[in-house]
Structure formats: structure tokens, C-alpha cells
Design a protein around this ligand. Structure first.
Ligand code: SAH
Ligand code: SF4
Length: 433
């Protein structure tokens, strides 16, 4: 989502600025920030510090902070880092142009951190979209904010209430992206399954998927994140039946113990979760599942933790993202006692990694010898003469090819080898270009 917000800022500024990969050359540096755990929040300070030197050398350099840490800290950032010129929160960054005007006129730092519950994000599109290079797969934010208040999570406090964007804006944005060569969109929201639920005039998420899949020239649709509690039978059926919808679902479990899930305020049990997985697999046997796991939530016993491991063995995810629980301001979990010591969290995280590494290896090994459809994203980082793309199940494939100008094509690849986080193969034929 942050990456997508940065792209919006880039488009907003593209009539005045152009991108550079060299900070020494920059007239404006905006650092987009994450606050979901303590670590990324702290990283902001060292990152900003790196640019202080540049500011000393070049007085007119504008230095700004945007995103969740800007939202969280607001004015405080200016006091802590007096050389910062702009602090633009999670809605504030849309006003970057206005902020720059005020800064140039008044010559003092500008802070915009208001969060409006009925905020309408403007439609920001550009047919010259080319940052940093033309993309085959692009993010499209379909909703902002979150109303779920999982007890560990800071997001609802920093990104505000859930707001679904109007379908006309979403369609227009995707149509424009397709004109620039985009073939796949990744629809973004903290909980895409609840798209449109708050407004009777809006379609629901399944209907939105159908509308998007009408767009000619768009071949693939992905989306994230799906909250298990809102994953409907209607959506499960659509995933199976709509050929443009990729056969991959990111379905954050967080924990395997019902006791911890309850304390997390996730509003499902492990049995509810497994029933949904079964339905998904019944209708889409090839579907790949991925998830997020938190270890060491306050009060998590060894037995609770074992339940998480059991769920990994049971569901067999393609990949997982796992985190040590981190105390966040404003949240209910921060106020709980029974915090888990760092070494225990560390040990549990390591165990999760070990179990999952084996499962991923086994699943990736099962691709060897198979022919898969790959949407080519560009040259492979692993080796010149190789291209890189993804399967519908979102697995990265690096493959040798007699032609290297296949970016944006859908090709058939024979998988010959499985790596830790990717597959290796050989080009067979072009299916669509
Ligand atoms: N809306 C998405 C995720 C948003 S945050 C969802 O509901 O899944 C991304 C991930 O960060 C979460 O899924 C969770 O696993 C992790 N996370 C959030 N808050 C955290 C915290 N306080 N400590 C550790 N991990 C956290
Ligand atoms: Fe955070 Fe829960 Fe909302 Fe995801 S659904 S953003 S974890 S509060």
C-alpha cells in the first residue's frame, strides 16, 4: 500500500519533478514510512538522518516524511528532526502540491495529519505512468483504512475508518494502467472482502471483481488482504469460476489457538478458518494459500503456539510472512499483561521458519516437471539470459528463453528446478502477447 501511495505522489508531482535514483541530485526527498511494528518505525529516524548531510550541503533541498509514522508522530517529528520540511499523514500526502506551495510561501514546516472519516481519495491516473520503469503488474488501492481493530494492530488508528473507492474511479484507473501496458492488477485494501459493505450504492467485492474482469487487455487480477471472517461463499465461487482471478489467496491466520484468536479480536476460530480453506480447495484444487503469522502475542502459551504449528502443517501454505508480536501505541494488546519474553518470541519465530521452509520446499518441489503459465515481468535478477515472471499461484519463476523481449507476455514454461523461494525453468511457447 505504501508503494502505491508513493506512486500516487509521483504522478501528482510529475509535471514539476522527475525521478532520480541518486539522492545527491534530488530537490525533494519524501520518505514513505511504516509503523505496523516497532522496528520499521525506528528505521525512519536513521533513514532521515542519512539525508540531513545532503540538506546541509544543499539548503534548498526539501525533505519530507509521509505515511504512517508521519500520521502517528505529526508535529513531534518536526521537534525531533528540525530539518524536516514536510510531514504528510496517510491522507495528507494527497495534498503534496498544496503543501509545497505553503512551504515555499511561508518558509516553515508544513504538517498535514488530519484524518477525515468521509475522505474521498482523488482519482490520480496518468497514461505516462512510468515510475521507475513500465510495469506489467500494478497496484490499485480500492479501499482505505480499516474498521476491524484487531487488538494488536495500529492500522485503524493511523489509516482511519474504512472507505471504499467508487467503482468508476477504480475502473478508470485500471483502464489507464492497461493503456500503459499493465496486464495484471493487485487490488489493495486492509480487508478487501468488506469492499462496499458500508454503502448500499456500491457493488460488493465479488461484483467489483466481475466489473474489473470485463476490462479488455487486462489478463490477471490479484487482491490482498482478505480477512477470513469476511471470505464469503460467493467470493470463493468467483475465485474458482472467473478465469482472470489468480489462483492465489493471502488469508492471514495470525495464530492457530482459538484462545489467542479471541484475544486478538479476529472474530473467527481455527475451525471456521479450516472450513473456508476446505471450500476454497474443493472449488479451486490448484489454489495457493499464503498467510501472516504473529508469534508471542501476550499470554501465548507453549500449547497455544503448538496450535499455530499444527495449522501450518494442516493448511500447507505456499509461503508465510511471520512476525514477533510487537507492542504498538493505542492498541488493546499493548495494555495486556503476560508479555512474552524476547528470547521466547525469537525461539518460536525460528521454529515457524523451520517448519514453513520444509513445507515450501516440498510444495515447490511438486512443481518440477510441470508446465505452468507465467506472466513475464522482465529480466531475471538471477542471471542475464533469464526472464522472470509469476505463476497464477504467485510463485516466482526464473526461466531461460531464446527471446528476451517477452516482457508483458503470457508464456508457457517447463519447471526444471525448485529453489528456496522461486522456481527455475525453460520457455516452451508464448500463449498471449
Ligand atoms: N489488513 C491486513 C494486514 C495488515 S498489517 C490483515 O488483516 O491481515 C500486516 C501484518 O502485520 C498483519 O497481518 C500482522 O500479521 C502483522 N502485524 C500487525 N500488527 C502487528 C504487531 N503489533 N506485531 C506483530 N505483527 C503485527
Ligand atoms: Fe490491522 Fe486487523 Fe485491520 Fe488487518 S484487519 S489492518 S490486522 S486491524
Amino acid at each position: 500500500m505504501n508503494e502505491n501511495d508513493s506512486e500516487k505522489v509521483f504522478i501528482l508531482l510529475s509535471d514539476e519533478y522527475e525521478p532520480t535514483f541518486n539522492p545527491e541530485e534530488a530537490d525533494l526527498i519524501l520518505i514513505n514510512t511504516c509503523s505496523v511494528r516497532k522496528k520499521p518505525q525506528h528505521k525512519v529516524y536513521s533513514e532521515v538522518g542519512r539525508y540531513k548531510e545532503l540538506k546541509n550541503k544543499k539548503k534548498e533541498l526539501i525533505l519530507g516524511i509521509m505515511g504512517c509514522v508521519a500520521q502517528q508522530e505529526g508535529e513531534k517529528l518536526i521537534h525531533k528532526l528540525p530539518y524536516v520540511d514536510l510531514v504528510l499523514g496517510t491522507q495528507g500526502f494527497y495534498f503534496i502540491k498544496e503543501a509545497l506551495k505553503i512551504l515555499k510561501k511561508e518558509r516553515k514546516p508544513v504538517v498535514i495529519t488530519e484524518l477525515k472519516p468521509n475522505f474521498k481519495p482523488p482519482l490520480i491516473v496518468s497514461e505516462n505512468y512510468s515510475f521507475p520503469i513500465k510495469k506489467v503488474s500494478a497496484f490499485v488501492t480500492i479501499m482505505q483504512g480499516c474498521d476491524n481493530f484487531c487488538s494488536y494492530c495500529i492500522v485503524p488508528y493511523l489509516r482511519g475508518r474504512e472507505i471504499s473507492r467508487p467503482p468508476e474511479d477504480i475502473l478508470k484507473e485500471i483502464e489507464t494502467l492497461v493503456k500503459t501496458g499493465v496486464r495484471e492488477v493487485i487490488l489493495l485494501g486492509q480487508n478487501v472482502n468488506s469492499y462496499g459493505k458500508k454503502d448500499k450504492n456500491l457493488p460488493d467485492f465479488t461484483e467489483l471483481l466481475r466489473m474489473i474482469s470485463e476490462i479488455e487487455g487486462l489478463w490477471r487480477i490479484r487482491f490482498t488482504t482478505s480477512h477470513p471472517k469476511d471470505l464469503s461463499d460467493k467470493l470463493i465461487k468467483e475465485i474458482a469460476e472467473n478465469p482472470k482471478v489468480c489462483k492465489h489467496l493471502h488469508l492471514p491466520l495470525q495464530a492457530g489457538s482459538n484462545n489467542i484468536l479471541k484475544k486478538m479480536n479476529r472474530k473467527y476460530t481455527k475451525e471456521d478458518y479450516l472450513a473456508k480453506v476446505e471450500k476454497l480447495r474443493n472449488l479451486s484444487p490448484e489454489i495457493a494459500l499464503t498467510t501472516d503469522i504473529i508469534v508471542g502475542f501476550p499470554g501465548e502459551t507453549e500449547e497455544d503456539f503448538e496450535e499455530t504449528i499444527k495449522m501450518l502443517e494442516n493448511v500447507r501454505y505456499h509461503e508465510i510472512f511471520s512476525f514477533k508480536y510487537s507492542d504498538r501505541p493505542f492498541t488493546l494488546a499493548e495494555k495486556l499483561s503476560d508479555k512474552i519474553p524476547e528470547e521466547v518470541k525469537e525461539k518460536r519465530l525460528k521454529m515457524v521458519h523451520e517448519v514453513q521452509e520444509r513445507i515450501t520446499r516440498e510444495i515447490y518441489q511438486s512443481y518440477v516437471g510441470k508446465e505452468v503459465e507465467v506472466l513475464v515481468e522482465g529480466p531475471s535478477k538471477k542471471s542475464s539470459n533469464f526472464l522472470m515472471g509469476r505463476t497464477t499461484t504467485n510463485v516466482v519463476v526464473n526461466f531461460s528463453s531464446p527471446r528476451l523481449d517477452l516482457k508483458g507476455a503470457l508464456v508457457k514454461v517447463l519447471i526444471e528446478e525448485a529453489g528456496k523461494h522461486s522456481l527455475k525453468g525453460r520457455y516452451l511457447e508464448t500463449l498471449k502477447s
